[in-house]
Design a protein around this ligand. Structure first.
Ligand SMILES: [Zn+2]
Ligand SMILES: [Zn+2]
Length: 280
């Protein structure tokens, strides 16, 4: 099983490398940015660890979260009653699949928007999310640099929303890979802002502004798919014809190594020195 998974992940990584090597050479947002830039080895480790052990960890946390919700909803510790509640048939699940898929994207991005804002605004959470923002050269591969606790918390909040409104939690199996692949494209070193659709769907330029250290882009563009959320809640920033030039975080630098990054949020030094970005 592990061998098959490793071979599959290697093949997908190779295919994505080829695709983005071509695209980022063709339409770079930052000209001259190296493909093998600082931290690429760390991000390759994330690719393998986050997609295997990280996903199992996230799945365990999601199941635990659903079980806790089930206990609250059924007011019992009966396993079958909790399972029946979590898998209850609801009118939402009887809609046409295409409508359900769209609603799932809308709901996932809504929860993602607010959990993302929480990760920026609440200092203990920011220490974990800072790892994602530590890349100083943002490209497609930097999308996978996500602390496993950041990933697990985002997933459990989304799963909780699914179960509460009445979607089958199994539909997460559709939403999570979609958003992961979409996030890879969003971080790419591409100058695409998708023209007339720039405020309809998030683009690489849109999300790259979220990663900038330039003041005008701080605490902006939290949405991962629909900029409508940033427009509604006042956090959209997409100046026409401009690109962010500087990326990363201010304050104490995050270590470059994978293990250094994993333990970084727990270190007292991080607590004392890693300040969240200034809020609006
Ligand atoms: Zn962020
Ligand atoms: Zn990002």
């Amino acid at each position: 099983m592990l061998v098959v998974m490793t071979v599959t992940l290697t093949a997908v990584l190779a295919a994505l490398s080829l695709l983005f090597l071509g695209l980022e050479s063709w339409r770079p947002a930052i000209r001259g940015q190296k493909h093998l830039r600082r931290g690429w080895r760390t991000d390759v480790i994330y690719w393998f660890i986050v997609s295997t052990i990280g996903k199992w960890f996230a799945r365990a946390i999601v199941l635990l979260g659903i079980a806790l919700l089930g206990i609250l909803a059924t007011q019992s510790l009966d396993r079958d009653a909790i399972k029946a509640w979590a898998m209850r048939d609801t009118p939402l699940q009887r809609q046409p699949w295409a409508l359900q898929a769209f609603e799932i994207l809308v709901l996932t991005d809504f929860v993602g928007y607010w959990s993302h804002r929480m990760f920026h605004a609440w200092p203990p959470a920011w220490r974990f999310h800072a790892i994602h923002h530590s890349s100083t050269e943002v490209d497609w591969l930097s999308a996978v640099r996500l602390h496993p606790i950041n990933d697990a918390v985002s997933n459990v909040l989304t799963a909780a929303a699914f179960v509460l409104v009445g979607f089958d939690a199994k539909t997460l199996a559709f939403a999570v890979p979609f958003f992961t692949l979409y996030a890879i494209a969003l971080h790419a070193n591409l100058d695409w802002s998708v023209g007339p659709l720039r405020y309809v769907v998030a683009s690489p330029v849109y999300h790259r502004w979220h990663h900038t250290t330039e003041e005008e882009g701080l605490d902006k563009n939290f949405a991962g798919l629909f900029p409508a959320y940033d427009l509604i809640f006042g956090t959209a920033y997409l100046p026409k014809g401009q690109q962010p030039r500087k990326f990363g975080i201010s304050g104490e630098p995050v270590p470059d190594s994978f293990w250094g990054q994993l333990i970084y949020p727990f270190r007292p030094a991080a607590r004392a020195t890693l300040a969240p970005p200034p809020s609006e």
